[in-house]
Design a binder for this molecule. Structure first.
Ligand code: NOJ
Length: 569
């Protein structure tokens, strides 16, 4: 009885305070157009998500069937991997026609229906914009090869002789031998930063820039809210200035952002560029007039170092070094994506430490810099460690981007080539082929072995289990959404009293959050002081923290995490 009474009292006293904080924050959110600052972005590939017609490959109709799933997870925006016609040699990142849908995935009508159904559920759609290069089967390139007088010849980058630095600057070392290839038809070499079937477009040619704007305008008209701009540093490089330190044309970024917003005021561009924090500033633009969002690759690799070793200093430094960005700009944080984890900016010793913990076998490593595994397998399916990683992702200063299947703890298939290992079909249930397709054979094998087999890891089973990773992730997303301070507020790192504890404090419109993460698998005690000695309301458990003798002392379990909102008097 006493217990019931005290719970009731707690509810009467505390809940209105938590809620009133949120109400005030909700009005802050309304004042701006920065939808991308407080969204949960979910990345998926249509071809491996859900097959509706039993041909073994996912399609837009299948994706429509699963929109309610995404909506119940709390997704605000879907980032679609490339879905345009393609020979598929780089899983769609080799586009052969920018203006249509790959017929294997559906029709233009299916796409329109998908956009309508997503909008109806309040879900925005952003798409990959892969314009650094086309497929070598794109009609522009075919035309360009056919004649030096072709209108499209100058849309690509040619050299009569093999340039001196032809074997430098490859993005996929071990899988590429150079960045110039002899075109047997026209007898000249063409430039390709990526694979040799992906000729780079020539952005010093105004006709190419104009065409890219047409592509942007076209897809905005189809209901797209923004773009994940692929390979940004290579789009803006001027190749003739060398591959090592080429000159970069940042103005291109301001121009396409302005163009996109002239067509749709709240269109957003999210850039993929694994560059240093100083360079990143140029991508956001001095006044925030460059592209709005950038993936924080710098923090990501230092985060993996911290997760692997418990050594936090380089990660804290990375968060500090990526702090200063213009108001309209935003970092996108992620754990895993469709590529390898790129650890290229760590020292050799640091990278080795991450390999030792998360990818010890050479079959798990790739491109002399990364790991081609999913989060769950890297972490040995250790639930506490995975929760720590996810809780961090959702509480870092920026917008969280999650990868399909990570909400379940899906695994990888290292038998598949390069990065295809982390692109296996979504695991919906334990029926044949994971409920992904009714076909006998899925176009890409589902994971049917080991701890991460679809028989053990699937949506249907985890939906019914309130203790599953999926249920936990859904709660975490709900929690993140009740804390707009993270996406919109100011933040500072706090000294939390233990070398293993990462503490961060957010402020927005008079509301304050304090979030702690313990990177050690052993319990740690966090001690810190706060002005005014406020009560800290625990947003996950009922463990509110009162200061004692002017100090907060929080006992953190191994790999524990705590989210607090500061109480108002
Ligand atoms: C970056 C993409 O993330 C990757 O998957 C792709 O292979 C390259 N760009 C080339 O488009």
């Amino acid at each position: 009885m006493k217990h019931v009474f005290s719970t009731l009292l707690l509810a009467i006293l505390i809940l209105p305070r938590i809620c009133s904080g949120q109400d005030r924050l909700a009005t802050v959110d309304l004042k701006n157009n920065y939808w991308y600052k407080n969204s949960i972005i979910y990345n998926l590939e249509v071809g491996v998500f859900k097959d509706s017609d039993g041909d073994g490959r996912g399609d837009f109709q299948g994706l429509i069937q699963k929109l309610d799933y995404l909506s119940s997870l709390g997704v605000d925006a879907i980032w679609l991997a490339p879905f345009q016609p393609t020979p598929g040699k780089d899983d769609g990142y080799d586009v052969a026609d920018y203006y249509t849908i790959d017929e294997k995935l559906g029709t233009g009508g299916d796409f329109a229906e998908f956009i309508y159904q997503a909008e109806k559920r309040g879900i925005r759609v952003i798409m990959d914009l892969v314009i650094n290069h086309t497929s070598d089967e794109h009609p522009w390139f075919k035309n360009a090869r056919a004649s030096k007088n072709s209108k499209y010849r100058d849309w690509y980058i040619w050299s009569e002789k093999l340039p001196k630095n032809h074997d430098e600057g490859m993005v996929f070392p071990g899988f590429q031998t150079g960045v110039w290839k002899l075109d047997s038809l026209s007898g000249e070499y063409f430039y390709h930063r990526f694979y040799d079937f992906q000729p780079d477009l020539n952005f010093t040619n105004p006709a190419v820039v104009q065409e890219c704007q047409r592509i942007i305008g076209f897809w905005l008209n189809q209901g797209i809210s923004g773009f994940r701009l692929d390979a940004v540093p290579f789009i803006i490089e001027i190749p003739k200035t060398g591959t090592e330190k080429p000159k970069l044309d940042y103005k291109f970024l301001t121009d396409i952002r302005q163009f996109a917003q002239s067509r749709k005021a709240d269109a957003a561009i999210l850039g993929e560029a694994n560059v240093t924090p100083e360079e990143n500033e140029n991508y956001f633009g001095g006044n925030g007039d460059g592209i709005q969002m950038m993936f924080n690759f710098f923090a990501n690799q230092h985060l993996f170092y911290a997760l692997a070793t418990g050594k936090l200093d380089p990660f804290k430094k990375a968060i500090r070094e990526t702090k200063r960005i213009p108001e309209a700009s935003q970092w996108a944080h992620f754990l895993r994506n469709h590529d390898e984890i790129d650890l290229g900016r760590l020292t050799d010793k640091q990278r080795q430490e991450v390999y030792d913990k998360f990818g010890p076998d050479t079959s798990m490593q790739i491109y002399e810099r990364g790991i081609r595994r999913r989060l769950a397998t890297m972490m040995g399916n250790n639930r506490k460690h995975m929760e720590l990683a996810y809780s961090l992702l959702f509480s870092l200063p920026g917008t969280p981007v999650i990868r399909y299947g990570d909400e379940l703890g899906m695994g990888d298939d290292l038998r598949l080539r390069e990065r295809i290992s982390v692109r296996t079909p979504m695991q919906w249930d334990d029926s044949k082929n994971a409920g992904f397709t009714t076909a006998d054979t899925a176009f890409r094998p589902v994971i049917d072995f080991g701890e991460h087999s679809y028989k053990k890891v699937n949506v249907a089973q985890q939906r019914r289990d309130s203790t599953s990773l999926l249920s936990w992730t859904t709660d975490l997303i709900r929690l993140r959404k009740s804390c707009p301070e993270i996406g919109l507020g100011n933040y500072k790192l706090i000294e939390a009293g233990s070398p293993f504890i990462f503490g961060i404090q957010y402020e927005l419109a008079g509301e304050t959050l304090v979030i702690l993460h313990n990177f050690s698998d052993k319990p740690q005690r966090s001690e810190f002081t706060m002005n005014g000695n406020p009560l800290l309301m625990d947003l996950i458990n009922k463990n509110d923290q009162k200061p004692n003798a002017g100090k907060h002392t929080v006992n953190m379990p191994g790999y524990g995490y705590k989210w607090f909102r500061v109480a108002k008097d």
